[in-house]
Design a protein around this ligand. Structure first.
Ligand code: ADP
Ligand code: UDP
Length: 237
């Protein structure tokens, strides 16, 4: 499939048109940002890892009956995906308190919830991705009631699948962010990526952070952490 003009350049990926109006090529960069773009840097090799890991996880989820945008891995950094109209929500599922949840509600990182939580942010950098509840989502006409129910069902299903998968890698899935989109016929599918950029992954034995928090919090060994997660996943998939 031929890569035609670039449609969009985001913080972590570039998106290209293809000859097929229903398909896009996504190209993963090594650029890293945090705190709504205020902190910028490079995580060398991240684009390759995030491309491959996201594809592996989406293929795995497809087998568990979760529809995704994934079509084909084209090379180290590029993949062919189904074009969707993105539902402008960052869907965050949490198993353990961390990050903004801990900060917002004043609870220490590492508290394990009795059952997973879900929250939604409005995907809008200019507004700083504000939190939304179901009523706001409907008031703003971001998604219908039925679509939101589908998104929630898939999100908790993905959490169940990925928690189990990561536990086989001796990794605890703390939280993660998902994006969903509509195909041309309106079908909701999982889009964007699932990677250490968009998930919190802690070593189950030591609690060591193996994700983007190493970059956000200047913990060092960022590349090594991404390599470690990829190596562990490669062993079990
Ligand atoms: P951001 O826009 O937050 O800086 P990225 O650098 O990851 O993020 O850019 C990728 C963009 O492509 C995101 O805006 C994401 O919502 C969008 N996207 C992901 N998958 C698809 C898809 N299958 N179809 C259309 N857009 C997609
Ligand atoms: N996340 C993401 N993109 C965002 C915000 C959050 O991928 O724009 C991921 C983040 O990596 C973490 C989870 O969503 O795995 C929850 O993030 P949180 O709300 O705690 O935000 P942060 O700590 O990044 O402020």
């Amino acid at each position: 499939m031929l890569k035609l003009e670039q449609l969009y350049e985001g913080k972590a990926k570039k998106v290209y048109r293809t000859e097929n109006p229903e398909l896009l090529i996504i190209s993963y960069k090594d650029d890293a940002t945090a705190f709504n773009g205020q902190k910028k840097g490079t995580i060398y090799g991240k684009g390759v890892i995030n491309n491959k890991m996201s594809n592996m996880l989406m293929k795995y989820l497809e087998k568990q009956n979760i529809p995704t945008h994934f079509v084909e891995e084209l090379n180290d950094r590029e993949s062919l995906v189904k074009k969707v109209s993105i539902v402008p929500l960052e869907v965050i599922v949490r198993n353990i308190a961390a990050g903004s949840f801990s900060k917002r509600y004043g609870i220490e990182e590492g508290i394990v919830f009795d059952s997973p939580t879900i929250e939604f942010s409005y995907k809008n950098d200019a507004l700083g991705d504000p939190l939304l509840n179901d009523y706001h989502i409907h008031a703003l006409k971001i998604a219908s009631e039925e679509e939101l129910e589908t998104i929630k069902k898939y999100s908790f299903g993905i959490n169940r699948c990925l928690k189990e998968l990561w536990s086989k890698c001796n990794i605890t899935l703390v939280d993660f962010k998902l994006e969903f989109g509509r195909l041309s016929d309106g079908t909701i599918v999982l889009a964007d990526e699932i990677s250490p950029d968009t998930s919190r992954l802690w070593d189950s034995a030591t609690g060591k952070k193996l994700d983007k928090d190493r970059f956000r919090r200047d913990l060092g060994d960022v590349e090594a952490a991404y390599d470690e997660v990829m190596a562990r996943l490669n062993k079990i998939i």
